[in-house]
Design a protein around this ligand. Structure first.
Ligand SMILES: C[S@@+](CC[C@H](N)C(=O)[O-])C[C@H]1O[C@@H](n2cnc3c(N)ncnc32)[C@H](O)[C@@H]1O
Length: 264
């Protein structure tokens, strides 16, 4: 079981399955929305992305914050970080964006950053893979007063299904193709898109199941939002930091809940 668990992320990332799984419109909307919320239109400062994986959320922060800002992405998977670095190099050739440093590290441990240094922090689909207490407290420690910490995590499995993301993606693609090519050509383009992308979904399913149903003993927390709120309230009681929590909202075709904390 341990070997399987250790193999999960390297396989997921090395085979680029993760990027295939997230190459959909709802995911794109999610990371863009997260970045816009956290950056708040500021065009300076340093942003942190916890569990950055193959770099998508960090790159969105960098695009949103612009060239005078900086972004640090931290992840424990060297395979994912390698992909993130290559993706960033490619983006740099085409877009103006903040400088990004991708570093290897464990978000379940104290973070290697000094107090109150970040203008904003994101953790997209990453904190649910660790005991959330330490990353929440550490995020509060390293963020500046007045800045935002956003975490988006999958909802509990009773109320969510990854199929909803696929369905939402297809219906948005249909609209995009039909608007662009007209109904008949648009439907043909959509069929081509589904034939091309459909098999990816089936390749990804075993990984989804492994995470969701703990098949490979992967310790993941598909919790209802109330349980996340409890963790945050625990952090309020047990840490010296003061903060306000905005009302949580659903995102990623309602498969995630997103919680935003503002440090006082
Ligand atoms: C589902 S991916 C999300 C990646 C990225 N945030 C995104 O939105 O595309 C989860 C990431 O969390 C990372 N991760 C899991 N446990 C971690 C830990 N203890 N420390 C650092 N990263 C961790 C994994 O390596 C993986 O890249």
């Amino acid at each position: 079981m341990n070997t399987l668990r250790k193999l999960l992320w390297p396989t997921y990332t090395r085979t680029k399955l993760y990027d295939k799984a997230t190459d959909n419109i709802p995911y794109d909307q999610l990371i863009k929305q997260n970045a816009a919320i956290v950056v708040k239109g500021l065009k300076r400062g340093t942003y942190l992305d916890l569990g950055c994986g193959t770099g998508n959320q960090a790159i969105q922060l960098a695009l949103n914050a612009g060239p005078d800002a900086r972004v640090i992405g931290i992840d424990k998977s060297p395979e994912a970080l390698e992909i993130a670095q290559k993706k960033y190099e490619r983006m740099k050739r085409e877009y103006v964006l903040a400088n990004i440093s991708f570093i290897e590290g464990d978000i379940a441990q104290p973070l290697p950053f000094s107090d109150s240094q970040f203008e904003g922090i994101t953790a997209n689909n990453s904190i649910y893979l660790v005991d959330p207490f330490s990353p929440i407290i550490e995020a509060l420690r390293v963020m500046k007063s007045g800045s935002l910490f956003l975490m988006s995590n999958p909802r509990d499995r009773e109320t969510s299904s990854s199929l909803a993301i696929v369905v939402d993606h297809i219906s948005q693609k249909k609209e995009e193709f039909n608007n662009h090519y007209g109904k008949v050509l648009g439907d043909i383009a959509l069929s081509g898109h589904i034939l091309n992308r459909g098999p990816d979904y089936f390749l990804i399913l075993p990984f989804e199941f492994a995470l969701r149903y703990n098949l490979f003993n992967v310790d993941s927390r598909f919790w209802p939002v109330e349980r996340w709120i409890n963790e945050i309230e625990k952090a309020r009681k047990l840490s010296p930091y003061q903060f306000t929590m905005r009302p949580p909202f659903e995102s990623y075709s309602n498969q995630n809940h997103t919680i935003v904390i503002e440090k006082s």
